[in-house]
Design a protein. Structure first.
Length: 494
């Protein structure tokens, strides 16, 4: 395939993010892998073989371009098979490529069937064939009574981890779990770690409990609060719903010691301290936050614009600032999209962009997969945060979470030659109609963002150039953890 042509390819740039720094370098690539990182003025004749440039700003002039490892987005709801009118592998991986994202990890819902057993996993893998524009990893789902599916989904299905909800997910086929269900799953995960030589994978949780949300919602409805007012929705999902859930997960993780757990899409800044204290005690727990919680704030959500609805909710500006503090002090090490698109009617909106939706009835999920790099860079630029953090937070953090960091993440010898080339000083106004996503409605429409993607490279192959309206190379692969690839059990490949 495209990765065995044995030709030496070179990327030479003045501003390459490498090893926590940004400097002029030449990157040597062969068969889809980074095999050398040399000085900008390296004498390529030393290679003693033909080579070609993928990108070289020595002649063209740098024009401020920055090069970093391709983004890894470990929290994407692709929703295929089944709900392909919401998204699908073709549109999701095309949007990813246009956004400099070279790896995505698909959540076990809102596809139908949900990925909660080996058979459904095979259906999912079948549905991926001939569609992948970037590399894709899969997560399984933990629901009541399916813990007997865990080992097979890892050892033969190659899932990178599991996800479960502590309250209803919004999808009937994917019910929430209680402590008993979690412990049953944990027992299987421990066995994977001990009996199957460390074939352990990450266990992720949607961390909100239901009671505080029910109480708040009932009170708001008794008070006749306006459901089209974002404030009403925000009050219906108080931080304590996250704080209690996270405390439960920390206790379960402490009890089970060797199974690593992860809090997805942390929004409550009040939970940062308990997560940090647990991490400092050596509890194998981590947390992510999302592009949305680090860019948007509740004060700015327009009346009735349910495109801004997610669960947990986008909270106040002050909460956003505290999440940024947690990024900078290393409590939160990764930022993901939690791309959760749906059709516009499920948002209680019409396609006219003027309509007003009911936040309490609308689907919870914000669509942002294609915009992560400019969303986060714009915030970093405004907050004076050095640009090399992008590689740590948007590439290395997510790839470490799902055990892919031997191949995916920041630029490094031995890793896949995945890169994004972008201009951090150039801005654009988000035009939702130009997004490659299937449902072209965005909470970010009209925003001025800095960081224009010029080129995306997947394993040494250019898959996107600025201005491309479709991604024609279909060279994405399904990703399985390296220690499982050569397992005696037959891994099913897509
Ligand atoms: N079923 C979903 O897609 N849910 C997602 N929805 C959000 N975040 O609003 C999520 O991650 O919980
Ligand atoms: Zn969730
Ligand atoms: Zn999600």
């Amino acid at each position: 395939d495209e990765n065995h042509d044995n030709i030496i390819k070179i990327i030479r740039g003045k501003n390459i993010i490498y090893n926590g720094d940004i400097k002029p370098l030449s990157i040597i690539i062969r068969n889809g892998k980074t095999i050398g990182i040399k000085d900008y003025f390296y004498n390529f004749k030393k290679l003693k073989e033909n080579y070609e440039f993928i990108y070289d700003d020595f002649k063209s002039g740098n024009k401020g371009m920055v090069i970093m490892g391709g983004l890894v987005d470990s929290h994407v709801h692709v929703n295929e098979p089944g709900r392909t009118e919401w998204e699908g592998f073709e549109s999701a991986t095309s949007a990813a490529a246009a956004g400099g994202v070279t790896t995505i990890v698909d959540m076990p819902l809102n596809s139908s069937p949900v990925t909660t057993n080996f058979k459904n996993l095979q259906d999912k893998i079948e549905s991926m064939k001939g569609k992948l524009r970037v590399d894709v990893g899969l997560l399984g789902g933990i629901i009541p009574g399916n813990s007997n599916e865990i080992k097979k989904m890892v050892l033969q299905g190659g899932v990178l981890g599991f996800k479960s909800f502590l309250l209803p997910s919004g999808i009937d086929e994917f019910p929430s779990v209680n402590e008993t269900d979690i412990q049953e799953a944990m027992n299987q995960m421990k066995s994977l770690k001990i009996e199957h030589d460390k074939s352990d994978v990450i266990m992720m949780f949607h961390a909100e409990v239901e009671d505080p949300i029910k109480e708040a919602t009932d009170r708001l409805q008794r008070e006749n609060a306006d459901p089209k007012l974002y404030e009403t929705y925000l009050e219906s999902r108080p931080k304590i719903a996250e704080n209690i859930a996270i405390n439960k997960i920390i206790e379960i993780t402490k009890l089970n010691k060797i199974v690593s757990t992860h809090i997805v899409h942390l929004s409550s800044s009040e939970a940062i301290k308990q997560i940090r204290d647990a991490m400092d005690e050596g509890v194998p727990i981590s947390a992510e936050t999302t592009y949305n919680y680090l860019y948007l704030n509740s004060e700015s959500v327009p009346y009735g614009n349910t495109l801004f609805k997610s669960a947990p909710p986008v909270r106040e500006q002050q909460n956003q600032d505290l999440l940024w503090d947690a990024m900078i002090n290393g409590t939160i090490k990764l930022i993901v999209s939690d791309h959760s698109p749906c059709t516009i009617d499920l948002k209680q909106l019409k396609a006219d962009n003027q309509s007003i939706g009911d936040f309490l009835k609308a689907w919870g999920g914000i669509s942002s997969l294609e915009l992560g790099l400019p969303i986060i860079w714009t915030q970093c630029k405004n907050r004076g945060i050095p640009i090399y953090h992008l590689s740590q937070w948007l590439s290395d953090g997510p790839s470490k979470l799902v055990g892919l960091n031997d191949r995916k993440g920041s630029i490094e010898i031995g890793r896949d030659a995945d890169f994004v080339i972008f201009n951090p000083n150039e801005s654009f106004i988000v035009d939702e109609k130009k997004l490659l996503l299937k449902n072209k409605f965005s909470a970010y429409n009209g925003q001025q963002l800095f960081g224009v993607v010029y080129k995306t490279i997947l394993r040494g192959n250019t898959i996107f150039n600025k201005g491309d309206e479709k991604i024609s190379k279909i060279i994405g692969k399904r990703l399985i953890k390296s220690n499982l690839i050569n397992k005696r059990d037959s891994i099913i490949h897509c």
